[in-house]
Design a protein around this ligand. Sequence first.
Ligand code: NAI
Length: 341
Amino acid sequence: MNALARASKQALQTAARGFASGAYPDRKVAVLGAAGGIGQPLSLLMKLSPYVSELALYDIAGTPGVAADVSHINSKAAVKGYAGEDQLGEALKGADVVIIPAGVPRKPGMTRDDLFKINAGIVKALVEACGKHCPKALLNIISNPVNSTVPIAAETLKRLGVYDEKRVLGVTTLDVVRAKTFYAEKAGLDVSKVDVPVVGGHAGVTILPLFSQAVPGANKLSDADIDALTKRTQDGGTEVVQAKAGKGSATLSMAYAGALFADACLRGLNGDPDVVECTYVASNITEVPFFSSKVKLGKNGVEQVYGLGELNDYEKAGLKAMMPELRASIEKGISFAKESQ
Ligand code: NAI
């Protein structure tokens, strides 16, 4: 079995999360925005993670209740709630992984970029605090628009003199989760045995599932099927926003995806070999400075950013088409962080 195949198998095993508490090193995880639609179920799932010994739940309000509730679950992690800015430093101190789902979600008719005005400032302030209180932590950035918030995080940490590109990761796992689900359904495959890489960014056309590299392959799918699957993956978030009709965006599937990704980061930190996930990171595999592709996670975060492998013509066209939007979103994030010093 090659490294990527082993990693896929491991990712599937991680999907079978439970109450196990093996002999793993002590790890502190902080969730910022823990009282929100994503934050609450994500806090629940991290409480169930065998890799977490301390769970800090931070939000501007509401976290004492969430923490009291989650803390009654009989699993390993010790839970503490932190509310309000003056408790943020304490929440972050000693954190190995910080998961950030803080900020406003989309309403019908909004793009992720419409969230920029509010979320850019929130992410900047929270990352600044991370730079001061836990500069070595791996940051898992969920707040949208991820295509811009990750560059904002990078610039913010640069200014503090603590930027390490191996430790700032944009969470695109939900795109992978969706691509796997939709592909398995269409191809009639066992979804637990399916893997689909998704590359690019995390908004509309910048989300590019590589079905030509899906495992196992499904020859019976037509070009029209692949086009429909690609579009459904790109619009998966909007499908949920519309169905929720003004009551927010994906929260439950996002919490699941966020927990899978945080677990992968923790396994990497713990020295598990061959932990590979798609994630949006500083990258030089394309013409833009941030890009999501398969990444090997290790003891210091990103250990290796893998190239895209062989793309078919449809995927090559998708890659070309996303570049203007992705580049603009990255530049917008960098300018915001520079101008709001
Ligand atoms: P929500 O509104 O239900 O929860 C957001 C939480 O953030 C609230 O509890 C709020 O009090 C908190 N918050 C606001 N400002 C804060 C601050 N300065 N410090 C700490 N907490 C703060 O929103 P939801 O549905 O949980 O979504 C959160 C974010 O995740 C949105 O930006 C959304 O677009 C994004 N998202 C990302 C996805 C991805 O795949 N990366 C998928 C789905 C949503």
